[in-house]
Design a protein around this ligand. Sequence first.
Ligand code: S3P
Length: 457
Amino acid sequence: MTALNNGEGPVTTGCATMTSRRRDGLSGTVIMPGDKSISHRALILGALAVGETRISGLLESEDVEKTAVALREFGVKVNKRDEHEWSVFGVGVGGLAEPPRVIDCGNSGTSARLLMGLMASTDIAATFCGDDSLMSRPMARVLEPLSQIGARWLGRRDKKLPLTLAGTAFPVPINYQTPVPSAQVKSAILLAGLNAPGETIVIEQARTRDHTERMLKAFGADIVVEDCENGCQVILKGQTELTPCEIVIPGDPSSAAFPICAALIVPDSDVMVPTVGMNPSRAALFSILQEMGAQLTVENRRNAGGEPVADLRARFSPNLRGIEVSADVAASMIDEYPILAVTAAFAAGETKMLGVAELRVKESDRIDAMAKALRANGVAVAEGSDWWSVVGMGTSGVPGGSACESKCDHRIAMSCLVLGMAAQNPVTVDDCSPIATSFPRFQSVMNQMGAAIREAQ
Ligand code: S3P
């Protein structure tokens, strides 16, 4: 793994309670870890190509490790070659072996849903489990289309993990309109479709992240993405061979959101974050922040390994104002709402976020978790089933001073620590261990720019 893509400094592990206190003047250049979504997909598609796929900049975190370990159970060789590169020796489409052990996906919804899709069209069975958070998340959204393809499953009545999926030797290509905006569902169907004869079609009303489609193209799959009457459709021709690739993984925009938002709300800050993924299906947060009056510049736009990237510069923004964030952008910034809510607390006026029902079924119910954390620290929050709003208190009006619960959710833990970086009084987060799922060096990267995040005494 390159230091470039994973940041520097020690990794946060264990059930650490941490306290974050205000320190003005964040500065410097901070390097982001590799993109989590792209890292999972690089390993998974590498597993289906015949021959060696090399990956540089892979995110080395607990979630991605779950996918790597699972793929080994499916008979795929996944190795770290050196500091910079991983290699995957793929077994070919339809070539997966039946895993001898239970597939433990930990906290990772992406591992669980994509791996189910991966094996659904092969004549093998596998049992999937996860941690408390993952076992409470909906799996019906993937079981439904995978059943249509011909897979069978056995599990609890609530269709949640743990469950056993039996793939089919005779997969049927389906034409499926996704009922929820989910890249994981879309990707599960496309991965299953790779081993089905004919055309598998997935239609999405709202476009979700398209890393699977981009990467399938890079691996030589016959795939077309086009607008259609009901939104956007992806047409994939199955039973074609994938060609191994060299993949370069850009910095994760969802991780970059934390130092960037911290710099916007901490007085006298000026921070550079180079080589951040700017895929339009992921980067809406940055335009929303600009609309709120953020001093955020996007420099040196370029392409890296099939994905657009740029260098971002964030400076303290004393004139942030609350806005209405429309449902149209929800899919392209779905993981960024917790940190947007923290940023909105330091703006003038109310920020209303619409069309975000999906936030209730992430690693935690993110609206509930953030509403509790913000209210405990003196910020007014209102919420409905698919919307929420935060009443901004201006640059130095957030009292802070309370404890927050991370609820097994990395993004809640990191957002609350950023809250403490700018509030009048320190904020404590009960369990920061989930941060290791996506951004293991979060604490040292933030402290390197001048933050004061420490284990609580
Ligand atoms: C992801 C898709 C999103 C996102 C998650 C990663 C992916 O989930 O929230 O963190 O890699 O495909 P949904 O598919 O549930 O929207």
